[in-house]
Design a protein around this ligand. Sequence first.
Ligand code: MV4
Length: 454
Amino acid sequence: MFKKILIANRGEIACRVIRAAKELGIKTVAIHSEADKESMHVTMADESVCVGPASASESYLNIPSIISAAEITGADAIHPGYGFLAENTYFAEVCESCGITFIGPKRSSIEKMGDKIAARQLMIKSKVPVVPGSDGPISADDPNIYKLAEKIGYPIIIKATAGGGGKGMRVVVSQEALKNSIIMAQTEAKANFGNPDVYMEKYIEEPHHIEFQILGDSKGKVVYLPERDCSIQRRHQKLVEESPSPFISESLRKKMGKAAQSAAEAVGYITVGTVEFLVDKNMDFYFMEMNTRIQVEHPVTEIVTGIDLVKEQIRLAAGERLSFDSSAIKIKNHAIECRINAEDPDKDFIPSPGKIGKLYLPGGPGIRVDTHVYSGYTIPPFYDSLIAKIIAYAPTREETISKMSRALKEVIIEGIKNTASLHAKIMNNEYFHEGNICTDFLPKYVFNNRNSEE
Ligand code: MV4
């Protein structure tokens, strides 16, 4: 097992990892920017190193500075959290070449899943269902694209092979728009990812976003855990996540879980990761992408399985074996997570950094709060706006919603705007209560405007 872990991150996830390390008896090193001297993760860790100025590119993304911090403090592993360097293959490689374990999958797994066209092909080979689409990159000058789009059936969606998380996608409803949309998608892909390749898929309307947590060990064993439903999103940012999904039956759970397991096995996955699927109205499911990191929404899975995913991730990175099978997992309770952001929901979610005055976060039976903020803390304007995750759990979905509503009413965060009021509206929504939560939920039922997502 590791003796000392450096956490190459900030905010709630840095605190979450420090807690797991402490429980495992591992020493911790925080890194921070000049803007984060007063941050909770710095206080919680055994040691801390300032790695650069406020801007993330000079601090939390500054590879030479982070590696130096690990060497000076004698850390034998680095946990990247999510975002920043978590899916950076170059960083993973530099860690390994310096004799420091990167707590995450192998570089080759990140690379294979990072190229979306290659990942699609690999999934087809591994018998994981994918959305009908092109076999490789498409070109606007190729006359065959019209036949292909016709065969798939409009609407279709054009995606970047280097994309992911919703960036650079384009929906095409008829052949008139096809050629131009391909050219525009390629231009955007080149500008955003440095790779202009795009591909075509059938557009699945009003899908559910269902994802499976998987874990893999270095002996090649992979297990899957029950799904998370992350259908409530705004501009590709998840807002509410829950487990189990109100939409998934026991038999579909098993089928999709096994597909997630095959996806992870196909890339030789170790540690923890997530396989994302789209599920349509007919309960047909399709591989969308794989996230090769611990995710923001991991707590809902921890609650329903009783597994500490961050501790497992650290143990698996240290070479320990998985000690359980998917079939041994019984779902206990229902769990819902609401992400509280420092944003103004009444002003188009404009970020609202600044000093927190009075602060009261909810508690009591069935509530977990993961946060790094405290009264008197100043939220810097430089990083993402997540300030707290409220997780509610109870035996049934209805009781969980009722607990979450109660918890949201307890929230007091003075000095800045936050999104707790939007969550209270979602918890009150009749369609949400019915479990009617496709990815169009917010524009359709909360903002009453289908187009506000675009
Ligand atoms: C799709 C889709 C419909 N059909 N692919 C969004 C994020 C990126 N991973 C892929 N995304 C989508 N891909 C096909 N073939 C709809 C979306 C999508 C979406 C997916 C999950 C959750 C929210 C979403 C919001 C808009 C679009």
